[in-house]
Design a protein around this ligand. Structure first.
Ligand SMILES: Cc1cc2nc3c(=O)[nH]c(=O)nc-3n(C[C@H](O)[C@H](O)[C@H](O)COP(=O)(O)OP(=O)(O)OC[C@H]3O[C@@H](n4cnc5c(N)ncnc54)[C@H](O)[C@@H]3O)c2cc1C
Length: 630
């Protein structure tokens, strides 16, 4: 066993702190490669901002969409570009789309907090934990336990707002160092407890839900106090970061040195490095910077068999079946990631936005295909379907002043009359270009040329920027719809180019049929966007919902509808998931996508590395199918 990375870190810290003071924060332009150990230890992050998170829904506690008596919607707080602005068109548009009476008076107010199951007691275990953890590193508070017992699936948020969870962890611990995790694993194993690693709790796969049959004392291991950047190497473009660091903090800290990770999931503000690894996540700028498995070079993992780690990491290696590879998509099954060595990128010299209107989603797909072939895919390009385009329009504030209204009418006339686009069919691509000014100029040139060949019409940088800025704000919309009797959720897939459009059409049609067959009220809400591109195909991201007032068991109806949509996805050539993962929500499909031999392989790996099932989350079928109870 090598010296642990934290010991290594402490030694290194002393050595390089002095160097830090001298060294430039960003590498200086030079012709020769700097020699020797070029790492430095950044000072700890400090933040005075209010970062309190909501417990009963998405995001920050000060931010939620609220319908006003006049029917307009306001996003409270001041954090986002649409915060504190009246949005008059949103509820009328949603009501029309769902064919349902959404409005101020028709509310479904949450009953948070729900009853929280009593914690099991384990006094001897507790006393052993207090041997190496401070009292402030343990909590058995009901609401603290409740929050660590779920992620962000629609069913989970519905349960905590309008129902309850049958089983949640009995204790939450907050380790602050790798060595504490090592001791925690030893103590928990000795006492026959169960451990569930917890990152930001943003997964959408029921990965944190406990099996109904779990009788042991369950400890949720909240990793967010392990949030330091242990070192940065600005020459070799690597960093070692603790696994509980949240995306927005990583971005802020690296940004101080004009560096970045390039991993930007839509949940960036709240999800963690460890969670990204454990779910095999993908960010919106993966075209330029890669997915999480491309970005993470190595990691330190505490397992029941010892610590998985290595003394050094090479730029690319062929060293056998490296155990760290099992951690991508491990979903809490095999151990706890405590830190990772990641690739860094220099902050782009130029960042520019763009947008293009296309006559249909099909034109947008063709545009993406040619873009990929031309090698000109920008950091991010998303093509949204007509419903999502309209949704974006509905999120616009009231246009004030005659000039603004004229401009908007003129734009509409140009698109519909001059270009002949059908407003009920058109799709829009939003673009983010990043790189040197030469790279961005090359990409812009190619993008707009290829867009034109596919009937596209430039729609401006402002619309593109707005599209991306909306990303973080619209994550709060689901809570709004729940509060007005509409149940909704997202799901995604990846699919080869040649099957992408038919998959989209088939899923839409299947949802329509299922909604009708179940006699659910109104119209189903269905929309999709193409979010990531590969040489082999694309990722398509869907939203699905329906008005559910008077529906006996809306969560069960939704689950069955999404299940049907997933059957259709698989039948149409799509994958089980591009980036969300399996957890327990998609466990029923594992025998469709894996051979019996593959499933047995995964179960045997679990048995070998964790024979006592200390890590008892039981995700992606490693312990067979799991029942979550009522
Ligand atoms: C609004 C919204 C937007 C989203 N956008 C994206 C997106 O763009 N791309 C994307 O990929 N996903 C996205 N997701 C899904 C989610 O954010 C990701 O799955 C994310 O990677 C989960 O990270 P987390 O830190 O919240 O993990 P958690 O939800 O806390 O945990 C997820 C799983 O990882 C395990 N785990 C967590 N930390 C560790 C650790 N240190 N060691 C071992 N196991 C661990 C947990 O036990 C659990 O099984 C989104 C979700 C929401 C609600």
């Amino acid at each position: 066993m090598t010296a642990s990375r934290s010991d290594d870190f402490l030694g290194l810290a002393g050595k390089v702190l002095a160097h830090t003071a001298r060294s430039a924060l960003a590498p200086k332009p030079t012709r020769s490669v700097p020699r020797g150990d070029t790492r430095f230890v950044p000072p700890p992050a400090s933040s005075s901002a209010d970062e309190t998170e909501a417990n009963d829904g998405w995001g920050f506690a000060d931010t939620k969409f609220v319908v006003q008596p006049n029917g307009s919607v306001v996003l409270t707080g001041k954090r986002y570009n649409i915060s504190d602005i009246e949005l008059p068109a949103l509820v009328p548009w949603m009501a029309k789309t769902l064919a349902a009476p959404l409005g101020y008076d028709n509310r479904h107010d949450p009953h948070y907090p729900p009853p929280v199951p009593e914690a099991r007691q384990a006094p001897e275990l507790l006393s052993d934990l207090l041997g190496f953890l401070g009292r402030d590193q343990l909590s058995a508070e009901p609401l603290v336990r409740l929050r660590r017992g779920h992620g962000h699936t629609g069913a989970e948020i519905w349960a905590i707002r309008y129902g309850k969870l049958e089983r949640v962890p009995d204790l939450v611990v907050f380790p602050s160092a790798h060595e504490q995790v090592v001791q925690l694993v030893q103590v928990a194993e000795r006492h026959g407890a169960c451990l569930i690693p917890f990152g930001g709790g943003t997964n959408v796969t029921d990965a944190l839900r406990l099996p109904a049959s779990e009788e042991r004392f369950v400890i949720a291991v909240d990793m967010r106090r392990m949030n330091r950047i242990l070192w940065i190497d600005p020459v070799n473009l690597t960093a070692c970061i603790e696994a509980g660091a949240v995306g927005r903090h990583i971005a802020q800290e690296l940004g101080k040195y004009k560096l970045m990770l390039g991993h930007e999931p839509d949940s960036l503000e709240f999800s963690t490095l460890g969670g990204w690894i454990a779910t095999n996540a993908s960010g919106m700028k993966k075209n330029r910077y890669g997915n999480i498995e491309d970005i993470v070079l190595d990691m330190q993992v505490v397992t029941t068999r010892g610590v998985v780690e290595r003394p050094a990491v090479g730029p690319r290696e062929s060293i056998g079946a490296n155990p760290k590879n099992f951690m991508f998509g491990s979903e809490g099954n095999y151990g706890i990631v405590t830190s990772a060595i990641v690739k860094l990128f220099r902050a782009p010299e130029v960042q520019r936005y763009g947008s293009v209107l296309f006559p249909t989603l099909g034109h947008g797909l063709d545009f993406l295909y040619d873009l990929q072939r031309a090698g000109a895919v920008p950091a991010s390009v998303r093509v949204v379907d007509n419903t999502q385009f309209q949704f974006g329009q509905a999120l616009k504030p009231k246009s004030t002043g005659r000039a603004a209204r004229w401009k908007s009418q003129l734009e509409k006339a140009l698109v519909t009359q001059l270009k002949g686009f059908d407003p009920q069919q058109l799709a829009v691509a939003t673009l983010v270009f990043e790189g040197s000014s030469e790279e961005v100029a090359f990409q812009e040139n190619a993008v707009y040329r290829i867009a034109k060949q596919h009937g596209g019409m430039k729609a401006g940088a402002k619309n593109g920027e707005r599209g991306y800025q909306l990303t973080f704000g619209i994550a709060y919309i689901r809570d709004l719809t729940f509060s007005h009797w509409a149940i909704a959720e997202s799901f995604e897939t990846s699919v080869p180019w040649s099957q992408a459009l038919s998959l989209y059409e088939r899923v839409r049609e299947r949802v329509r049929r299922e909604h009708e067959a179940r006699r659910l009220p109104g119209n189903p809400f269905f929309t999709g966007r193409i979010t990531q591109v590969y040489s082999t195909g694309v990722c398509i991201y869907f939203y699905l919902g329906f008005y559910c007032k008077g529906v006996a068991d809306p969560v069960r109806q939704y689950t069955e509808l999404e299940h049907a949509a997933r059957e259709e996805i698989l039948a149409a050539g799509g994958s089980l998931s591009h980036h969300h993962g399996v957890g327990k929500i998609r466990q029923d499909f594992l025998s469709t996508i894996y051979s019996p031999g593959s499933l047995e392989f995964m179960r045997q790996v679990k048995r070998a590395v964790d024979p006592g099932n200390l890590f008892g989350a039981s995700n992606h079928g490693v312990r067979g199918t799991v029942d979550l109870g009522a």
